[in-house]
Design a protein around this ligand. Structure first.
Ligand SMILES: [Mg+2]
Length: 364
């Protein structure tokens, strides 16, 4: 099975409600789609969203990286040599982790088709059913409480509460959500780099002292403030998870070794794809550190790939934040992966199990 050509497209999916964090507001999912075609007529799909505020990657940069640097190097490649092809993707250019992720997802989709097995089985196997949390956007306190109660009614038992806009209001936000849902859902707090270390320690201790139980606090300080992250981790009882500070395997190793974070949030778009996401999970496993599998606000193509990785590394990836599809109005990706609110189920079709995708606007 050799790669004959590649195509690029754009897939847009409206969100049910705008997605708001301390960093940005998003109205719709808008992914670049990367499709690899083989000499025997197979198609492998990958995708990547533009998350300029997080990865620095824009639609323009993702498209150019795939069209001019990564795609041409893959044409003629043999899918049976997946490791070599992943190395070609990683070496094609610096940075550009989203474009690399899209390319690796498409390669792994084809690799599963080559071996006629779902991707998670080839990566190690596991129970192909996952439970995801759901994100509660940062907003007015009443709106966040209403959104949290609505999520409970939809069957979610784990809520990821976005804060980081203003510390004093953030404490009130968390207290209000906690008293509305206490005992019925676990709370994960994501400040998206919105606090200083001093503010984070004060906010988290205040919440702890008020009896607000949090499963974890995610990325309280700026991505590059590793000393600050370590300071927060050392001074609160709640486990601290690194997200924007933990891009790839190198950062994960450093954060774990220096005890700057208790938990690592792995995302394919930060890591540059599946090969590096697996390395991150394996580095964490060596140290007995647990991970979360996260996603951007992105299409079910990329989220499905992340779910396959999470299933295959479930001993280490103990938390799932793959709520992209449940925030969308519809799922244009038809296949064997089922996203049903909190429940994600991977089918037994080869690769990512994609049969067809509605509404891709092909470029060129
Ligand atoms: Mg986060």
């Amino acid at each position: 099975m050799k790669i004959r050509s590649f195509r690029l497209g754009v897939l847009r999916i409206p969100l049910k409600t705008p997605f708001k964090t301390a960093l940005r507001t998003v109205e719709q999912v808008e992914d670049v789609v990367f499709a690899l075609e083989t000499d025997d007529g197979r198609i492998g799909h990958g995708s990547a969203p533009a998350t300029a505020a997080i990865t620095g990657d824009t639609h323009g940069s993702i498209i150019d990286a795939l069209r001019s640097h990564i795609g041409p190097r893959l044409v003629g490649g043999d899918i049976a040599r997946l490791g070599q092809l992943a190395a070609i993707v990683q070496g094609a250019l610096m940075h550009n982790t989203s474009a690399k992720a899209a390319a690796e997802i498409a390669l792994h989709d084809l690799w599963g088709q080559l071996h006629d097995a779902p991707l998670y089985q080839l990566l190690g196997g596991g129970d192909p059913r996952l439970d995801t949390d759901i994100t509660i956007s940062v907003d007015g306190i009443d709106k966040m409480v209403a959104d949290s109660l609505d999520a409970l009614a939809r069957g979610f038992t784990s809520l990821k509460i976005k804060v980081g806009k203003d510390m004093a209001t953030d404490i009130e936000r968390m207290r209000a959500v906690h008293s509305a849902v206490a005992g019925r859902a676990s709370l994960r707090l994501d400040a998206n780099q919105g606090w200083t270390a001093r503010e984070a320690i004060h906010a988290i201790r205040t919440l702890e002292d008020a009896g607000v139980r949090m499963e974890l606090v995610e990325q309280p300080v700026k991505a590059h403030d590793i000393d600050g992250l370590r300071e927060v981790s050392a001074n609160v009882r709640t486990p601290v998870m690194a997200d924007e500070s933990a891009f790839g395997p190198r950062e994960a190793a450093e954060l774990i070794r220096t005890r700057a974070a208790d938990i690592i949030n792995i995302k394919l778009m930060k890591a540059g794809g599946i090969s590096n996401a697996l390395k991150m999970a394996d580095i964490a496993a060596v140290h007995g550190t647990e991970c979360m599998m996260g996603c951007m606000l992105e299409s079910p193509i990329g989220v499905s790939a992340a779910a396959h990785v999470a299933v295959a590394r479930s001993a280490t990836i103990t938390r799932i934040d793959l709520d992209g599809p449940s925030l969308c109005t519809r799922n244009p990706v038809h296949g064997t992966t089922v996203f049903d609110e909190a429940a994600i189920a991977l089918g037994d079709a080869p690769g990512l199990g994609i049969e067809s995708i509605d509404g891709i606007e092909w470029l060129d």
